[in-house]
Ligand binder design. Structure first.
Ligand code: SF4
Length: 471
């Protein structure tokens, strides 16, 4: 039951001799669990061997005490995954590992490459058989063919990659993190007592007691060593294009991105929403958890009281067993249950961060009305999503996006809401506090900062009939 874009992946890396690096990775990944719930994995190096454990499932179900104790070493990388490309099968769980020289290279990737067809041909020309269906396997294969240090190999491979990537890679004696020249996906470095950490978000640094040092710069590769960080600016940082949806929805609210608190950005999106469109209403409610900071901001700006109105079951997972027909008929509510005493007879402003297909939002509006709400006014803290994402986010096909070809009033009518307002791009930009040109906003504008594939090979893009994204 979700009407949001699907998250992508999270990566983590740590070098800390004498510390339990597998356990640190476990907790780092635990903090990044919101970025991917389909598989999890950790690769550890003790200086002589790289050992990988990966499995389908949540971090806490993939690893237990005995498995963590068996993963001993001085450095490690970890990955949580939601399958934006390739099917959700074990082969595609990460870290990917392949032989390299006498040893092994393991790799975890967040993002999506836009030239994977060309890379696949190149890898096959090298005589590699790729069983996994992910971009990450292609990058690993390319690195495994390059001679020299891991850092040298990555420096040679990066110019051949096109698209969005924040990657951690590990061999017996090196841990390297690298990021695409547009910096689409986040990647930060933290200082740890006795070592260094790299992670998708600062919340993972907090989780393991590391202190934020800096971001991995767009186009940069960094080798983490016990002596410090060795940096190479492999590609010139082209135009910045940090995914603006990280601030709207993906990142955890306690993370800091580009120097700004994600919670604060969402709160300010609510303020901007209220500035743009405040209906007559009795209560402002947020859909937990992602709509809450914006709902609080909306309430503060509008002067309309904020209240919780629905309770969310936090333990409904992706693989949740669906209710049978009989249970469905009784109106079983898997994820949200309304507080009828709060809602009854009230005109509600319902704040949420985004609408993709609209199916879930329609159910929620109906649920609130069934619980006695007099009116439901939807306020969405992002502009209408009208284009698919080619950089690692599952947005649905273009013809499934409810905002395509429909005005806000038409969408409100289709969802059964009394009114609907989407935050404008200008309002969003004011809330994130940075100029528009540092962000990718292509799912709202169709202006893609990195060339998109001519023939998208992923099933999610096949139905983009009529879409002519600008390149
Ligand atoms: S298209 Fe949208 S979701 Fe994809 S990277 Fe750009 S802003 Fe993020």
């Amino acid at each position: 039951m979700s009407d949001h874009p699907r998250e992508e992946c999270g990566v983590f890396g740590v070098i800390a001799p004498g510390r339990d690096v597998a356990r640190l990775s476990f907790f780092g990944l635990h903090a990044l669990q919101h970025r991917g719930q389909e598989s999890a994995g950790i690769a550890v190096s003790d200086g002589t061997h790289v050992v990988v454990q990966r499995e389908l499932g949540l971090v806490s179900s993939v690893f237990d005490e005995p498995s963590l104790r068996s993963l001993t070493g001085d450095s490690a990388i970890g990955h949580v995954r939601y399958s934006t490309t390739g099917r959700n099968k074990w082969d595609n769980a990460q870290p990917v590992a392949m032989p390299r020289g006498e040893g092994l290279v393991a790799l975890g990737h967040n993002g999506n490459l836009t030239n994977s067809d060309a890379l696949r041909r190149r890898v096959m020309d090298m005589g590699h058989e790729i069983e996994a269906t992910t971009d990450s396997a292609l990058v690993t294969a390319l690195i495994s063919h390059e001679p020299g240090s891991l850092l040298d190999a990555i420096c040679n491979v990066m110019p051949t990659l096109q698209g969005a990537y924040s990657i951690v890679a590990l061999t017996e004696d090196e841990l390297v993190a690298f990021r695409d020249p547009n910096g689409v996906r986040p990647l930060v470095i933290g200082r740890l007592d006795g070592g260094w950490v790299v992670a998708s978000e600062t919340c993972a640094l907090d989780q393991v007691g590391a202190e934020f040092d800096r971001e991995v710069r767009p186009g940069e590769a960094v080798r983490l060593t016990t002596d410090g960080i060795e940096s190479r600016q492999v590609m010139p940082a082209t135009s910045r294009a940090l995914c603006i949806f990280e601030a709207i929805y993906f990142a955890r609210p306690d993370s800091v991105m580009d120097g700004q608190s994600v919670w604060q950005a969402r709160h300010d999106m609510g303020i901007e929403l209220a500035r743009e469109s405040t209906p007559g209403a009795d209560l402002v409610v947020g859909l937990p958890d992602s709509g809450t900071p914006a709902a609080i901001g909306f309430a503060q700006k509008s002067g309309i009281p904020y209240s919780e109105a629905v309770v969310r079951n936090r333990y409904v997972g992706r693989s949740f067993i669906q209710p049978d027909q009989e249970l469905r008929a009784t109106g079983v509510k898997l994820k949200f249950n309304p507080l009828e005493g709060v809602i009854g007879g009230k005109r509600l402003v319902v704040v949420d961060d985004s609408i993709v297909r609209g199916t879930t939002t329609r159910r929620i509006v109906q649920m609130l009305k069934d619980a006695g709400a007099a009116e439901v006014h939807l306020r969405i803290s992002s502009p209408p999503i009208t284009w698919p994402c080619f950089y690692g986010i599952d947005m649905a096909d273009r013809d499934e996006l409810i905002a395509v070809g429909h005005t806000a009033d038409e969408v409100a009518a289709a969802l059964g809401a009394d009114s609907l307002h989407y935050l404008t791009l200008d309002g969003l930009q004011r809330a994130v506090g940075q100029p528009a040109d540092v962000y990718c906003r292509a799912c709202f504008t169709g202006r893609y900062p990195i060339p998109v594939p001519d023939t998208p090979g992923k099933e999610r893009f096949e139905a983009a009939a009529g879409a002519t994204p600008s390149r």
